[in-house]
Design a protein around this ligand. Structure first.
Ligand code: NAD
Length: 321
């Protein structure tokens, strides 16, 4: 079962589980945007509604992945305009999913939390952010999206304690790849920057939010799914970071994408929603306890992503919602 199977990561996860030979049910309020789902059964509806959620979780599944959330990039979660709906929608989904899974004896759910749970004060220095799992407390996420994730992490783990469940919690750090939002207001920086570079002529310029010295790390979707399935199939609960430790400033990231595109691109820094000053995954705990860490360089994943977005730009597909 892949809840959120119409979304970017969920769609890739459905593909992976199909390749592994599973019968897959996916549920989402929308179908995948860029290709058909390979799910054997795709349930279209709102998981924040109890009746729909109960219909979807109608049995004991081998594996349940809960990825459905009201989310987007900085332009969606840091402007403040979507705070109430983000919190209401995602919390309702998680409450419904957990309770109906418990009733139907699905006691091993994977829950995708986020690096956005981390305390803003530990991420002020772009060169030295602290995202060790334990540093999430005392809590001070910089967005309501992060607060909802923290609440939901806690309830998945509370169900473990009180109902003998073995739910797993991972904190994803900036997952990217082809088949993700790239031009609908919900795109994240890797897709947005690839699009801007693809649209710019050689020697042209692109706009970047902030001074570009803010740092992040980015994980390619295939590696994210490797960590995800490995964690669900383990006897560990987490929370664990699933991310890359290859930290890069946004300015250097633009240069990397420009190199891949074979273009010289000038950067124009403008005001925009930014998020924390620095963020990098810390993989010590997941390496030590699960024996997993990503191995691929950022460049390899970005080459594939750039190619996919460049093709869309070339075809003039500029208005996908
Ligand atoms: P996404 O937005 O592409 O996927 C989320 C899916 O949830 C969407 O398809 C959306 O339609 C669905 N959804 C939202 N509300 C729903 C509702 N009421 N009923 C049914 N479906 C609903 O995002 P993604 O990048 O694939 O992220 C998957 C999960 O991973 C999310 O929980 C997200 O918070 C988490 N996460 C992602 C990243 C990242 O970098 N992509 C980072 C941290 C955490």
């Amino acid at each position: 079962m892949v809840l959120g199977g119409g979304g970017f990561i969920g769609h890739h996860l459905v593909n992976k589980l199909k390749e592994e030979g599973y019968w897959v049910r996916a549920a989402d309020i929308k179908k995948p945007a860029y290709e058909d789902s390979k799910a054997d059964d795709f349930c279209l509806g709102d998981l924040s509604e109890q009746s729909f959620c109960l219909n979807v979780i109608d049995r004991d599944f081998d594996e349940v992945y809960q990825l459905a959330a009201d989310m987007g990039g900085a332009g969606y979660i840091f402007t403040g305009e979507n705070d109430a709906s983000v919190m209401y929608n995602s919390a309702s989904i998680n409450l419904n999913v957990l309770e109906f899974c418990r009733i139907k004896n699905n006691n091993n759910i994977f829950y995708s939390s986020s690096a956005c749970v981390y305390n803003e004060f530990n991420q002020l220095d772009p060169n030295n952010p602290n995202c060790e799992e334990s540093s999430a407390y005392p809590a001070n996420p910089d967005s309501e999206y992060g607060w909802e994730k923290l609440f939901s992490e806690r309830i998945y783990l509370a169900y473990n304690r009180n109902y003998n469940m073995t739910n797993k919690v991972a904190r994803y750090h900036n997952i990217f790849g082809p088949l993700g939002a790239w031009n609908n207001g919900k795109e994240k920086s890797p897709a947005a920057l690839c699009r801007k570079v693809a649209q710019a002529p050689n020697g042209g310029s692109i706009e970047i939010w902030g001074d570009g010295e803010q740092t992040r790390s980015f994980l390619y979707v295939d590696e994210c799914l490797e960590g995800t399935t490995k964690l669900l199939r383990s006897n560990l609960s987490g929370p664990y970071n699933i991310g890359s430790e290859e930290m890069i400033s946004i300015n250097d990231f633009v240069d990397l994408i420009s190199d891949i595109a074979g273009k010289t691109i000038k950067k124009i820094h403008i005001d925009g929603p930014l998020g924390v000053r620095g963020r990098n995954s810390n993989n010590k705990l997941i390496k030590d306890e699960l024996g997993w860490a990503p191995s691929q360089s950022l460049k390899i994943g970005i080459e594939k992503t750039y190619k996919w977005i460049e093709e869309k730009v070339m075809k003039g597909e500029i208005d996908i919602k």
